[in-house]
Design a protein around this ligand. Sequence first.
Ligand code: NAP
Length: 246
Amino acid sequence: MRVENKVTIITGAGSGIGREAAILFSKEGAKVVVADMNEKAGAEVVEEIKKNGGEAFFARLDVTNREQAKQVVRDTLARYGKVDVLINNAGIIQDALVLKMTEEQWDKVINVNLKGVFNCIQAVVEQMINQGSGVIINTSSIVALFGNIGQINYVASKAGLIGMTKTLSKELGKKGIRTNAVAPGFITTPMTVAVPDKILEMMKEKTPLRMLGEPKDVAYAYLYLASDEAKMVNGAVLSVDGGLVI
Ligand code: NAP
């Protein structure tokens, strides 16, 4: 029970890494708020958690909607009375080479991946300051550290999250709030399902551990950072990438 009774909001918890994290956290004793745009997928995650004897509820959340983000926090407080952990996991890709990228593609990815995280943090931070405790985990990416062809919008958003993480670790550390980032490498989820086999093989070759990541590999990193085992960890970027260099 590494996160026993910790009230944990996970954005994008209806799919992939967020789904795995929601289920893992509930097994480790957390009360989980499954926050996602997709009600059907989110409700399935809640059902799975309850089937295992865990505690969770679904909250509809489009992270670009500031009012919805505030409402999720209000609903969480009404139900559980506190917010211990916010995992900013929701994210999207809309890839194109720089010459071909549309303004819409740029804006959409920045809005969800970067401003969406800002919205959720602002919604929760006053409560965490009042509590004198809290953990914020931002989901960056290995591409934020190395760059990646065709992903100028995504890389900018994920590199921005590292800057936000380091800044908040300084602003909020003295209030008892830890902020860290996780930088996953290549993880097999619905986000990466369309990637051709040839590229998957190439990724494996480039990974010293010679394997692709699974959602639970990232979920365990979230779990560590959320737990009291990481009480001295603040402003860190934890890579979960098998040593991949792209
Ligand atoms: P995923 O399977 O596509 O899951 C992302 C979830 O976020 C989906 O449930 C999606 O809902 C939801 N979402 C999208 N836009 C949202 C919004 N505006 N508000 C709220 N929820 C929204 O992706 P994943 O692979 O698990 O990715 C999780 C995180 O890890 C993302 O931040 C991603 O950038 C990051 N990451 C992934 C990898 C990888 O290799 N998979 C690598 C590095 C970093 P819908 O399904 O309805 O769109």
